[in-house]
Ligand binder design. Structure first.
Ligand code: ADP
Ligand code: ZN
Length: 437
């Protein structure tokens, strides 16, 4: 395969050079962070009074972690490190787990962010001959404008379609010959489900690739989307605290996400002890942003669970690869004392051909016990009025789930296209159990 690089010098930089670059940047962002009230207090307490306090990359571990709670406590301007007049944009997280947090960008921050996103896009084989439909929410969410700018930087024709409205999405794809799209994996599945109803033939589309991210999904979901739409799907990972998209992305090898180590320092720690895990083990991803001056964030606990691949990538990039992010440590459900990650359920059902493209996990109280119900749509070829095959399918799903999660769930089958879909990130879990205070 012939690989293409947006910034070959940095993407293939030998590790020792990459590490000296990181050290130099880490010292610079430490100096920047010391200008914010939050880090001035935190870093001084940790004995770091100026950038000279960082002598080697190991000194990173002297810096305390930053949590989402810390960011909220600094709302609105506690993490701003440049004069307000130098800020040209703000973004906010989607607020999946509570009050959103705000991130500020200077003009240079925006251009650095854009070049990281361009690097990701170009690395999948796209170039200025492509037509790029950005089917994701615009606005405060970083996925819209982030990919928009990156796509323009590569020179593609960018269609800012936003998410939702599948009929219009198909029309745009057909009118302008869209070759690449960006969306959440759940929206891509929804688009595929709607094709038949909208009377759209695959042959009428020029689609070749999709970037899918913003929420966790399994390898089986990727394969399903690729098989149904006949495209290549690339995993895209980012978070607003670290600019948004452009943090880690798959190259054409589609085997792990290169995390751009000239822009970020990645650590993987045990979420309980906060000590680094052994190489290749799973833990919580902790990120330090090296490429932003307006809002420095050091050692941010993402809560996202992943690990490093240890072997080098055939594409020649020297930046390490993250395994698919399976979810956040706080996604874990405890059902009658058993720990279950929604991703385990997704993996089981998306691997079953007869199951449709949408599902919902419901957890409720049933007396003293917890009850898990998995609602899934059936594929378009399955009729809901034929009880026998439906019962057999339901039993099979239940058996597969029980084997994977050690809990016997209720399984409900729903007609193709009947479960609700959300415009932004998919809401896959409805947990109605009262919370302990
Ligand atoms: P929020 O934290 O409110 O959801 P963001 O919009 O910043 O706000 O979302 C970032 C989060 O989305 C990440 O921390 C991660 O949990 C999730 N995410 C983003 N991309 C992926 C991906 N490719 N795979 C799994 N999870 C992802
Ligand atoms: Zn690679």
């Amino acid at each position: 395969m012939k690989y293409q690089y947006w910034n070959e010098q940095f993407e293939k930089m030998p590790r020792p050079d990459l590490e000296s670059w990181q050290l130099q940047r880490l010292r610079a962002v430490t100096a920047t962070a010391l200008r914010t009230p939050f880090y001035r207090e935190r870093l001084t307490k940790a004995g770091i009074r100026n950038e000279a306090g960082i002598k080697s990359l190991e000194d990173l571990r002297r810096i305390p972690f930053t949590t989402k709670q810390d960011l909220r406590s600094g709302f609105p301007y506690g993490f701003l490190s440049i004069p307000r007049e130098e800020v040209v944009r703000l973004h906010a997280s989607s607020g999946t787990t509570g009050t959103p947090t705000t991130i500020y960008f200077s003009r240079d921050d925006l251009s650095r962010w854009t070049s990281f996103v361009a690097r990701c896009i170009y690395g999948t084989g796209c170039d200025k001959t492509d037509v790029f439909q950005n089917m994701i929410t615009y606005g405060l969410f970083t996925g819209g404008l982030g990919f928009h700018a990156g796509g323009e930087e590569v020179g593609m024709l960018v269609i800012p379609s936003g998410s939702g409205n599948t009929a219009r999405q198909f029309r745009l794809m057909q009118d302008f010959g869209t070759t690449v799209v960006h969306a959440t994996p759940s929206f891509l599945l929804h688009v595929e489900s709607r094709m038949r109803e909208e009377g759209v033939r695959r042959e009428s589309l020029a689609l070749k690739r999709a970037f899918a991210g913003a929420e966790p999904y399994s390898e089986d979901t990727r394969r399903r989307i690729e098989g149904l739409l006949h495209i290549d799907v690339y995993n895209s990972y980012g978070l607003s605290e670290m600019n948004g998209p452009g943090v880690a992305f798959e190259c054409q090898c589609k085997n792990g996400l290169h995390i751009w180590e000239d822009g970020y320092i990645a650590e993987i720690v045990d979420p309980q002890t906060l000590e680094p895990v052994a190489d290749g083990e799973t833990g919580e991803l902790v990120l330090t942003i090296l490429c932003r001056e307006a809002t420095p964030i050091l050692r941010y606990r993402t809560r996202d669970l992943t690990g490093f691949y240890t072997e080098p990538c055939p594409c020649g990039r020297t930046h390490r690869r993250l395994r698919r992010i399976t979810g956040r440590s706080d996604d874990m459900l405890i059902i009658n004392g058993v720990n279950v990650f929604p991703s385990q359920i997704e993996e089981v059902i998306m691997a079953m051909k007869e199951v449709g493209n949408n599902y919902l996990i419901v957890v409720e109280k049933d007396g003293a016990l917890d009850r898990l119900t998995v609602k899934t749509e059936v594929g378009p070829e399955i009729f809901m009025d034929d009880a026998r095959p439906l019962n057999a399918l339901r039993d099979r799903i239940r058996a597969h789930l029980q084997a994977s999660i050690s809990i016997n769930p209720r399984v409900e089958l729903h007609e193709h296209g009947s479960l609700p879909i959300s415009e932004g990130k998919a809401v896959r879990v409805k947990d109605t159990r009262p919370r302990d205070l």
